[in-house]
Design a protein around this ligand. Structure first.
Ligand SMILES: *[C@@H]1O[C@H](CO)[C@@H](O)[C@H](O)[C@H]1NC(C)=O
Length: 227
């Protein structure tokens, strides 16, 4: 494995454009500071799809994706709940619980969440299995300069990480993070889950992404079986 320690303790690095195809982020320890922060030019989204793959042995609640806006830290969040089969999704400060999704420890989990402003419906897909659609927030787009963080949950715009217990921090590996400003079709989502064909994210594209990191987070080759 090629290991790159990205930086330590501060945002000394500029945002750099990376092609992370075939790579993953490894978050090897529980902290209240380690994070990866993405940048995007987009400021107005009438719909969202976020897909990512995670691998963890965390049984506690943890943040998988945290998008904050100046108007509220819970712009678009995907939180794995402490309840083993549940997720919490937040859209524009509105929360909804998704249950009966069979999240497995120490196995890659493919997760996609979709939302659109006209219906206000969200849906969470896990390893090919869709959830019930649920209402969160409708009428308004997700707008303003977004701060997107992996590894921590933003309780305030760009910060507010839980310092006491690193309570919602992510420990494990994460890869193939994409975000679109439209809802992917079920077939496209299935393509993502199967690691077959899917469109690259037009808001965040893992194969061409700008990010900064803080703390001990490494870029490594994806873990895959030997051929
Ligand atoms: C990223 O790298 C992969 C594998 O090397 C390559 O197939 C792909 O075209 C690259 N994508 C971009 C946008 O550079």
């Amino acid at each position: 494995f090629r290991k790159i320690l990205l930086s330590s303790n501060n945002f000394s690095q500029e945002f750099i454009l990376y092609n992370l195809s075939g790579k993953m982020f490894t978050f090897p320890q529980q902290t209240s500071t380690t994070e990866v922060r993405f940048t995007t030019q987009r400021q107005d989204m009438r719909a969202v799809t976020v897909c990512l793959r995670s691998f963890t042995d965390l049984k506690r609640e943890h943040s998988l994706f945290s998008l904050a806006l100046p108007t509220g830290a819970n712009g678009f969040l995907i939180i794995k709940s402490a309840q083993s089969d549940a997720f919490d999704i937040w859209v524009r400060e509105q929360h909804v619980k998704i249950e009966a999704q069979d999240f497995k420890l120490n196995m890659w989990q493919s997760i996609c969440a979709t939302w659109d402003a006209s219906s206000g419906l969200i849906q969470l897909w896990l390893n090919g299995k869709p959830s019930s659609k649920k209402y969160t927030s409708s009428g308004h787009s997700i707008n303003g300069p977004m701060i997107i963080v992996l590894g921590q949950d933003q309780d305030s715009y760009g910060g507010g990480f839980d310092t006491k217990q690193s309570f919602q921090s992510f420990v494990g590996m994460m890869e193939d993070v994409h975000m679109w400003d439209y809802t992917l079709s079920p077939c496209e989502i299935q393509g993502y889950m199967d690691e077959h064909y899917y469109p690259e994210g037009n808001v965040l594209n893992w194969n061409s992404v700008e990010f900064q990191s803080v703390g001990r987070v490494l870029i490594e080759e994806k873990l895959r079986a030997c051929n």
